[in-house]
Design a protein around this ligand. Structure first.
Ligand SMILES: Cc1cc2nc3c(=O)[nH]c(=O)nc-3n(C[C@H](O)[C@H](O)[C@H](O)COP(=O)(O)OP(=O)(O)OC[C@H]3O[C@@H](n4cnc5c(N)ncnc54)[C@H](O)[C@@H]3O)c2cc1C
Length: 379
């Protein structure tokens, strides 16, 4: 598996998937055929997470090929990301509490042999060990495998979900505060309270095409319990009436200025913000850091080709920039840096988020009903 670090290659990947594999997506998407055979899914998440391509672009491309009805499953999956993002925006304390809990648990588990065996891929569960190595090597796992992995981590290895979520963030090229934290909470049974995801031998065998056998798992564990509940924090995701001629900050989630809603606005200069591990609560692997910096470089090149004045700067230098807007970084490490350094910046929100996040107050089944409405705003 190779995730090349350019928008051009991401677009090529999208085109190939839509032309050749989208028609079978809904039938085949749950199969993990192994790293040499990933054509049944798009493998676009490392790009969408970084805004190299965006949800609107992906959905429009798919609708250029097939009708909404034929495409519904794929579109739903693409918008799961938007839903999780919005869900967390309305309850940002879920992320901050997660980091607090993680910090505490990390201290408790740093010498725990079960934990150390798990992250070294030295458990007695062959498939799990294989996925640990795959994650470290390819920085990607299939969605179904992420569910099995998290379930085995929590219910068979009996390790805290917070540590598993950290391990994913460290190694996934698509690591995202919302999809990852809420994905792990969902498997544990605390996202939809009392409803957990239990991996089972037959399911793994079937959907890995019998690549793994003799998988001894705890298939009867009860869901995890959390007494914390989170009420919605009402927020406005409004853009300024007039966008003035100021500078623009772009974080790692919006690395294709040319497809943003603000591409036609004039900005004095664009700053591409690089966030190193020293300013992150979760320290990312070298490969993930490299991936991010190459994607930032690719955006810088494209801006320069279009004669747009731009510069890559470290997040700590933001304080020296006066008069700027920022494309909203969303709940996660970059927003945390701004808040903890009391940096007040006017955010610019994407139309898709402004419109969709109002429907993230309840579950995904409710959100799904609004998908046709959300898509109708694309034109
Ligand atoms: C425990 C756990 C942790 C996860 N952590 C992340 C993460 O850090 N970052 C991340 O981007 N995704 C995460 N996911 C969601 C999902 O696994 C990946 O987005 C998906 O596997 C990406 O592969 P793909 O691009 O081939 O997906 P496809 O099946 O081709 O789907 C197309 C696009 O839809 C979106 N999508 C699909 N499934 C989901 C989903 N369940 N949730 C949110 N968006 C989805 C992605 O943007 C994806 O690129 C996690 C899921 C679980 C269960």
């Amino acid at each position: 598996m190779n995730f090349e670090t350019s928008r051009a290659r991401a677009l090529e990947k999208l085109n190939i998937f839509v032309e050749n594999n989208l028609s079978e997506y809904s039938r085949l998407r749950n199969f993990d055929f192994g790293t040499d055979n990933r054509s049944n899914i798009s493998c676009l998440s490392p790009y969408i997470t970084h805004g190299i391509i965006n949800e609107k672009e992906v959905i429009e491309k798919s609708l250029g090929k097939f009708s909404f009805i034929k495409n519904e499953k794929f579109i739903q999956e693409v918008l799961w990301r938007t839903y999780w993002k919005g869900w967390l925006e309305l309850r940002p304390n879920v992320w901050s509490d997660y980091l607090i809990e993680l910090n505490k648990i990390k201290g408790e588990f740093k010498n725990n042999q079960n934990y150390l065996n798990a992250i070294e891929g030295k458990t007695n569960i062959e498939c799990f060990n294989a996925w640990i190595n795959e994650l470290k090597e390819n920085n990607y796992l299939h969605n179904h495998t992420r569910m099995w992995f998290a379930s085995i981590w929590i219910f068979t290895l009996e390790l805290p979900w917070q540590l598993g979520a950290e391990f994913f963030m460290q190694h996934l090229y698509d690591g995202d505060a919302a999809s990852n934290t809420l994905g792990w909470r969902w498997v544990a049974g605390i996202q939809t309270q009392g409803k957990h995801y239990l991996a089972s031998e037959w399911n793994i065998k079937k959907f890995t095409n019998n690549r793994f056998n003799n998988i001894k798992l705890n298939e009867n564990a009860p869901p995890k319990i959390s007494r914390k509940t989170y009420s919605i924090i009402k927020q406005d995701f409004n853009n300024p009436q007039n966008i003035e001629d100021k500078s623009l900050l772009i974080f790692e989630n919006n690395l294709a200025f040319e497809i943003t809603d603000f591409q036609n606005n004039k900005f004095k200069k664009i700053y591409l913000i690089s966030n190193k591990n020293e300013n992150r609560s979760i320290k990312l692997s070298e490969k993930v850091m490299k991936f991010k910096s190459l994607l930032i470089e690719d955006q810088e090149q494209r801006l320069k080709t279009n004669s747009i004045d731009c510069e890559v700067i470290d997040i700590s230098e933001i304080k020296n920039i006066e008069n700027s807007y920022a494309l909203y970084p969303t709940v996660g490490e970059n927003l945390d840096f701004l808040s903890s350094n009391s940096l007040k910046i006017d955010f610019l929100y994407r139309k898709l988020d402004q419109y969709s996040w109002q429907y993230c107050n309840k579950g995904f089944f409710n959100f799904k009903n609004y998908i046709p409405k959300i898509i109708s705003t694309f034109n």
